[in-house]
Design a protein around this ligand. Structure first.
Ligand code: HAM
Length: 418
């Protein structure tokens, strides 16, 4: 037997009702907020991710699924969606139609991480990118959409944390201070943080290794280094969230694992999850368009880990299953009449099914029970002779007779009434 790959899961039919609710909510809310769907490729040239996410990040250093194409070009399965959206935006000239564009995507992403509960190698994201506005209101809109999505799904135990990374010059000033601080602690830092001390010192701020966390307790705060413009932008984001009653707290250590961020960054964690409790995150990335060869274009976005949403989703959110009918058709005349009724119900988009392996009323009813059919239509030779069908409610055992020639509309009306 050939098994699937570690950290890559099937989404089996019994899990699909949850996925359907989550994806439907994502589409509905994204549309309500004026975002349009975009579908970007699952793989791209490796350089796209190296240049956007950054060569000194965990994703690029350790987690990408990279392989050579037949002509030797290095390709990578997308570890996230922002880089592809920005590439498509520049390449397709999406800006020429509208000055600011709001795009969203839902789909699989790939990272070679150590699999554990909530951490997969193929996982799924719902992401949005608000392109073309540097206004704080755009940050507020994106964060509000993120929060409203979780609220609509009634996810428990959520907290939203915010930080500002300022602009490049703010970070340069801060980095100097941070590196001096880190040097005083270097004997207590993990190997990774020591190695990145010069190249990517900010990453030390959210290192998960306990002795690094402890050493970072009195690290300087980036928000103390913000220029008046960066500070003002951040204050307006906070005010906007307060006005819309989106609850947040500040986390001066929130730096994110991707290099393209500037200004606002945010992350939502969910206490109903285990160690992997980050359920969605994002931020502003005003420099990425230029990095990827486009004209300078401000943008802000988020991505939500849908596999984690599914874990935290309360059962109560699932809609009650739509009623359907099992057709128990038997006998020389009953069977063709039943198949014709089956077809006419399906044409009316009423869920109807049967069991082709059963040919007697007894075996058909057994199949209906096994499939937990709420309604069964009984149609044998006698029913055809009498021009009628029997509609049985399997829970109450009540039976109704309906004329054969109007059976499908009678069943439709019956299912809608109950
Ligand atoms: P990210 O923080 O790397 O951001 O990922 C966003 C979310 O994807 C995480 O909060 C988590 O829920 C989920 N996630 C990440 N890795 C895994 C995994 N291995 N297994 C399961 N879930 C995972 C981004 O990807 C940015 N592109 C977000 C963004 C959009 N920023 C601006 N626009």
């Amino acid at each position: 037997m050939i098994r699937g790959i570690k950290g890559i899961k099937d989404i089996t039919p019994d899990q699909m009702p949850k996925w359907s609710v989550v994806e439907r909510t994502a589409h509905a809310l994204a549309h309500a907020f004026g975002f349009q769907e975009i579908r970007i490729p699952v793989f791209e040239k490796t350089e796209l991710f190296v240049h956007s996410i950054g060569g000194n990040t965990d994703i690029v250093e350790k987690e990408m699924y990279t392989f050579p194409d037949k002509d030797g070009t290095s390709l990578t399965l997308r570890p996230e969606g922002t880089a592809g959206v920005v590439r498509a935006f520049i390449e397709r000239g999406l800006k020429t139609y509208q000055p600011s564009r709001k795009l969203y995507y839902i789909g699989p992403m790939f990272r070679h991480e150590r699999p554990q509960a909530g951490r997969l190698r193929q996982f799924h994201q719902f992401g949005v990118e608000f392109v073309g506005s540097s206004e704080a209101s755009a940050d507020v809109e994106v964060i509000t959409l993120l929060w409203r999505f979780f609220s609509a799904l009634e996810l428990p135990g959520l907290s939203l944390e915010l930080n500002s990374l300022g602009v490049l010059t703010d970070r340069q000033a801060y980095k100097k201070d941070l590196v001096s601080f880190l040097k005083t602690k270097s004997d207590r830092l993990c190997e990774n943080c020591r190695r990145r001390l010069e190249a990517n010192p900010l990453r030390a701020l959210d290192c998960k290794v306990p002795h690094c966390r402890e050493a970072m307790n009195d690290a300087p705060h980036l928000t103390d280094f913000l220029s008046p413009t960066s500070r003002d932008h951040f204050d307006r984001v906070l005010e906007g969230l307060q006005a819309l009653a989106v609850p947040y707290s500040m986390n001066p250590r929130l730096v994110r694992g991707l290099d393209y961020y500037s200004m606002t960054t945010f992350e939502v964690s969910c206490s109903a999850l285990g160690a992997q409790n980050a359920i969605g995150a994002g931020g502003r990335y005003n420099g990425l368009f230029e990095t990827l060869g486009g004209v300078p274009t401000p943008a802000v976005g988020f991505a939500i880990g849908l596999d984690r949403v599914i874990i935290a989703l309360p059962e109560a959110i699932l809609p009650t299953p739509t009623p359907w009918v099992f057709i128990a058709a038997f006998g020389e005349k009953g069977k063709p009449a039943g198949l014709s009724l089956l077809d006419s119900l399906r044409s009316m988009q009423v869920k109807a099914d049967t069991d082709y392996n059963a040919s007697t009323l007894k075996t058909l009813l057994r199949s209906a029970d096994r499939l937990e059919a709420p309604y069964v239509v009984i149609i044998g030779d006698d029913e055809v002779t009498n021009h009628q069908i029997i509609l049985r409610n399997m829970a109450t055992k009540e039976q109704e007779f309906h004329p054969l020639n109007t059976a499908s509309s009678a069943i439709l009306a019956h299912l809608h009434i109950r």
